[in-house]
Ligand binder design. Structure first.
Ligand code: TRP
Length: 362
């Protein structure tokens, strides 16, 4: 069986470090591993509209921002198909058919949908499109017969719901769909990178994000004002590393060779943590180390972004070509789905002959 990746992001803002360690970095590694036959990376504008229906301008503006972030982290249009969800109308048709295989109560139990309803204060006025977006996400994944979906932990319930739809479809109709597997980050700190304020999640709406497109000065300011251990007041005080965002970022980003290069007094992160816990290690020193590590990782990304920013026409062309390739693949799957559901009337010679016989046509 072919190994196929599909994943994507909603275009509601620039991508940040949470996206980077949670999924983007992995995608680039998978892309460059050469182990996958096809890779599809989708800008999920239709999904973004499910909770931004009154703000299409925001979605429209952020298509190119997300595309620039993709290209700048090293997603390569020669190896990965970058496309826009709404340019592949087959996805909505698949969603319509899959909707028959999902109950309202099952959607109500989806933990991601539940928490998003709370976060957005939808409560009694949940848009139907928003409520059913897990079904549409199952269409996104299955349209490409994806075997692997690299995403953050918050997407787990979406994948589970997709797997259920695939099983149900394949048992009710003919086996036309492929059941995908989720691929989560291996490192715990990457699974859920906290915001710079130490809150559970980095997000634009919480104002606690470091963006891939931030310049060096913004990066420094954000790290210098990061949340650490509020009880670690004087340098000689013992400090806590659990729940200390600076150390969580070091867990996510630091490599053994970074110590040799930037902080040779310590062999590794454990030694640094031990010193912090004992007391005698100031936050500023640790933050400066983190800045060097992040700067090393982000500088090439920023430079590549600057180049692509000079070629916006080219970026749109990549998305247009990618969307054409994606549509051709989705159209084939839709044809398979319709055949499995026996709604491919004009391709079904046996059906036409049967009806002719029934009416005695010669
Ligand atoms: N739900 C994802 C997000 O919020 C975006 C997305 C849409 C997606 N369709 C997908 C991710 C299919 C993986 C697979 O970022």
């Amino acid at each position: 069986m072919e190994k196929i990746i599909l994943t994507g992001d909603r275009p509601t803002g620039r991508l940040h470090l949470g996206h980077y360690v949670g999924s983007l970095k992995r995608r680039v590694e998978l892309q460059n591993s050469g182990e996958y036959d096809k890779i599809f990376i989708m800008i999920a504008d239709a999904q973004a509209l499910t909770d931004n229906a009154d703000n299409p301008e925001k979605v429209r503006q952020n298509i190119v921002e997300v595309a620039l972030d993709y290209l700048s982290v090293g997603l390569d249009p020669a190896k990965s198909t970058l496309f826009i969800q709404s340019m592949v109308p087959e996805l909505t048709e698949l969603t319509f058919y899959y909707a028959n295989l999902v109950t309202v109560s099952r959607l109500q139990r989806n933990p991601t949908v539940k928490s998003e309803i709370q976060m957005r204060n939808f409560e009694t006025s949940i848009p139907v499109g928003f409520f059913t977006y897990p079904i549409s996400q199952a269409a996104d994944i299955t349209a490409f017969k994806a075997t692997t979906v690299p995403v953050g932990e918050d997407q787990m319930p979406m994948l589970e719901q997709c797997q259920e739809i695939v099983r149900k479809f394949n048992s009710v109709y003919d086996e036309a769909l492929v059941e995908p597997k989720i691929l989560l980050p291996e490192n715990d700190a990457c699974l859920r990178l906290p915001g710079t304020d130490g809150k559970a999640k980095m997000s634009k709406s919480l104002g606690n994000a470091i963006y891939l497109a931030d310049d060096e000065k913004e990066l420094k300011n954000k790290v210098m004002s990061m949340y650490t251990d509020p009880d670690h007041i004087r340098v000689e005080d013992p400090g806590k590393v659990e729940g200390n965002a600076v150390f969580t970022y070091l867990d996510a980003f630091s490599k053994p060779e970074d110590f040799e290069e930037f902080l040779p007094d310590y062999k590794n992160l454990d030694e640094l943590k031990d010193h912090y816990k004992r007391g005698g290690l100031g936050d500023v020193k640790v933050k400066k180390f983190l800045i060097k590590i992040l700067e090393k990782e982000l500088a090439p990304i920023r430079a590549r972004r600057k180049q692509w920013e000079q070629n916006i026409q080219g970026v749109y062309e990549i998305l247009k070509k990618g969307s054409e390739v994606a549509e051709a693949v989705a159209a084939q799957t839709l044809a398979d789905v319709k055949a499995a559901m026996k709604i491919n009337y004009f391709d079904d010679g046996a059906l036409i002959r049967e009806q002719m016989e029934k009416y005695g046509n010669k």
